[in-house]
Design a protein around this ligand. Structure first.
Ligand code: 13P
Length: 287
């Protein structure tokens, strides 16, 4: 059964480790992540962006697929199904469809509107036993080839949003989605420390987990990060393994064209990446 992310993140914050959110794109992705979490006895959060939700034929399809896998694969570790960077409408649709967790990304609204909308969604989630993530300080990334530097959140604004009763808070600390540019300045631990001091026991979320050096990840965890989002890195692992399969001509040998064979190296590569991240985040054995 899907669970809210609250308990797993409260434990992670207290135990000074982080739970990985791995974004899913299809059946192979979901299966690879769930199997790895089970094998390593780690809690896990499956992230679904609005785009990926559409791609997978809507939120209800996603809920059906994930619930089916939990049962058929005998998954017993805690699993949360979480909307990633949800709009207000998307958040409501996921609540309706049976997700166990949502992120409402109101970071692009003026703070007053972010507060009002977050408040309303917090009340709904509380009633349904779901967890809710909010974001302060927009997390940049590459758009049309333009790389925006990640913003740093205002600690006062973080406190304002944390006090609304959200379960976990994503604060921009110079992190961005996708690959980091050569000249990236690194995470702002000064900002993270200030946010953590204002928000106390609130689990903090680090987006843009792809490509952040291990020592920075560990320092971020020591300063209160309890959830780390990874998406691009699994895509790159999948791509590399799939490319190799084709380039080695494996699809031309025997029944190598069978999609179950064609997609297998990519799925194994995702498992390896997820395992590495769980080791780094310290969530192994914490289910
Ligand atoms: P990356 O794609 O950089 O790993 O970021 C994932 C993320 O933060 C999803 O919200």
């Amino acid at each position: 059964m899907l669970v809210s992310a609250e308990e797993m993140l409260t434990k992670a914050k207290a135990g000074k480790y982080a739970v990985g959110q791995f974004n899913i794109n299809n059946l192979e992705w979901t299966k690879a992540i769930l199997q790895t979490a089970q094998e390593l006895n780690s809690p896990v959060i499956l992230g679904v962006s609005e785009g990926a939700g559409k791609y997978m034929c809507g939120y209800k399809t996603v809920v059906g697929m994930v619930n089916g896998m939990l049962e058929e694969l005998n998954i017993t570790v805690p699993v949360a199904l979480h909307l990633d960077h949800g709009s207000y409408e998307g958040a409501k649709a996921c609540i309706e469809a049976g997700f166990s967790s949502i992120m409402f990304d109101g970071s692009h609204y003026p703070i007053e509107e972010n507060v009002a909308k977050t408040k309303e969604l917090v009340a709904i989630c509380k009633e349904k036993g779901m967890s809710i993530e909010a974001e302060v300080g927009s997390i940049g990334g590459e758009e049309d080839g333009v790389v925006g530097a990640g913003e740093c959140a205002d600690p006062e604004e973080c406190k304002m949003i944390a006090d609304l009763g959200v379960t976990m808070l994503a604060a921009g600390i110079g992190n961005i989605h996708g690959k980091y540019p050569e000249n990236w300045a690194g995470l702002s631990f000064e900002t993270l420390d200030a946010v953590q001091q204002k928000t106390g026991t609130m689990p903090l979320v680090l987006h843009g987990g792809t490509g952040i050096p291990a020592d920075m990840i560990q320092k971020a965890i020591s300063l209160g990060v309890s959830k780390i989002n990874v998406n691009t890195e699994c895509q790159l692992s999948f791509q590399e393994a799939t490319r190799k399969y084709i380039e080695d001509g494996k699809d031309l040998e025997g029944k190598g064209f069978d999609p179950r064979k064609l997609l297998a190296p990519g799925a194994e590569a995702i498992k390896k990446t997820v395992k590495e991240k769980m080791e780094l985040f310290g969530s192994i054995g914490k289910a």
